[in-house]
Design a protein. Sequence first.
Length: 81
Amino acid sequence: MSEHWLCQYKMIKTENPDYIRDDNNHALINTNVNAYKHYVQQRESQKKVVGIEHEVDTLKKDVTEIKEMLMILIKQNSKEN
């Protein structure tokens, strides 16, 4: 990632070397690219986990519904015999 965009603005160093402050709007800017990439990876992993949890819940409901339908069929079949 190029740091060319940093040259366009007046930036103020902070106590933490991973951050700078924009002098124009006082925004705190993270300059640690590796930490940001790690954050993005963690966020994507969390999204996948949530998606998998949702799929598992859906499958559990489907299995429960199938079991209930089977029980109804078994009861109907046993009444007929």
